[in-house]
Design a protein around this ligand. Sequence first.
Ligand SMILES: Nc1nc2c(ncn2[C@@H]2O[C@H](COP(=O)(O)OP(=O)(O)OP(=O)(O)O)[C@@H](O)[C@H]2O)c(=O)[nH]1
Ligand SMILES: [Mg+2]
Length: 454
Amino acid sequence: MYVIGTAGHVDHGKSTLVKALTGIDPDRLQEEKAREMTIELGFAWLTLPSGREISVVDVPGHERFIKNMLSGVGGIDLAMLIVAADESVMPQTREHLAILDLLQVKRGLVVLTKADTVDEDWIELVKVEVEEALRGTSLEGATMAEVSAITGQGMPELLQLLDSTLEKSVRREDLGRPRLSIDRSFVMTGFGTVVTGTLLDGSLSVGQEIEMVPSGLRRRIRGLQSHQQKVESIGPGNRVAVNLASTTQGEAERGQVLTLPGWLRPTRIVDVRIRMIPSAPHPIKHNLGVTFHTGTSESFARVRLLDVPELRPGQEGWAQIHLADPLAVVKGDYFVVRSSQSTLGGGQVIDPDPSRHRRFQQGVLEKLEVMAEGSPEDLVLKALETVEPAGLTALARGANLASDQTTELIGALVESGDVVALGGSTADANAVFMTSVGWARLRSQGITPSRRIT
Ligand SMILES: Nc1nc2c(ncn2[C@@H]2O[C@H](COP(=O)(O)OP(=O)(O)OP(=O)(O)O)[C@@H](O)[C@H]2O)c(=O)[nH]1
Ligand SMILES: [Mg+2]
């Protein structure tokens, strides 16, 4: 299954297109129907001509609901940037495009809707304008389709295009530790609380115990569904509805991440690389208050700039983000920062569990570079330096690697002499590791472990 997300300015025909494609009206709320405007995320699905199954996440275009849009685009494989042919590129076309770029959504199509309302010459002009807007973003050069959801013009071609674009998509990886960022929770009479989201990094099964992070509540999975079909288990890259046993709706709200118990610790500080969008209305000054959005969660935050006095539009830099609310993030997660109703920038989490850094420290910046660019061995070594002595679970979390891969890498590092294993072989679940440098430092201080460290 693949997940497709819509994006684009208010009233440009996103929901109408989703309904025309799938037969499902993504606007479920009374208020949405009354105001003819999407407010919350909408969900639909269809089978493409090839037999490929896709889920569609429909987002609101109105600037007041950008935070809902942000919680919808987290796990998508492909974006459909929707531009109404009569209005062409508008402010939220650009803002949604900037967000897709910050979240590094690389696969995308542009769909020019309302083609029935304009002539061919006009469409050619719109295409030039869209092409310019895409330049320099992750969607540069994306194919454009022209459709009318009213007359059906261009719809079969769009279905074919979705198929051929998804053919080049890579399957979502299974890292052995599922994460489902809750985007919706509701109560179903006779079943109790159901949460939905896009499942990443692992599988879920009926009967399994899960933990919600940051709340820490542990619950059992009573039932699973995908596209309203019951399933016993389900893998990464799918839209999933999870029925949780003995859970109130308030306990399972949007922003909580459902995962395996015991490994994902909520964090209040993250080290990040921030890229400012070129059209940001103002710079990020040191200690600026922003909203930090990742997955389906958000928190107020302060940005501590580590290598520059201020980040101007178009610039990049290292920062330590201090979050008001604890969030469940791992290394590599994408985020967006906004302030005063504008998107400023975003990037990737480089260290989800750092110590507090002083500004302009060469050593800190070098370590961040390695964590951002390094090989998997470098990552394990850097993670170990931060948390040593440490066991495999803490290391896998610190380096954001699957536990099998971490075991393999630590084995190679022990063999090459960069790491020492204390109290057991590499494969021993209780083994504790230190970098050779850290170990030598301990010994020089006259400390030798008289007993097995656990
Ligand atoms: N003529 C014509 N009208 C269309 C077409 N697609 C959508 N519309 C009309 O455009 C209006 C807005 O459509 P929506 O699908 O609600 O737009 P949206 O992008 O989902 O809007 P938000 O979710 O609020 O951002 C509606 O009145 C639709 O009937 C089309 O292809 N041709
Ligand atoms: Mg809509």
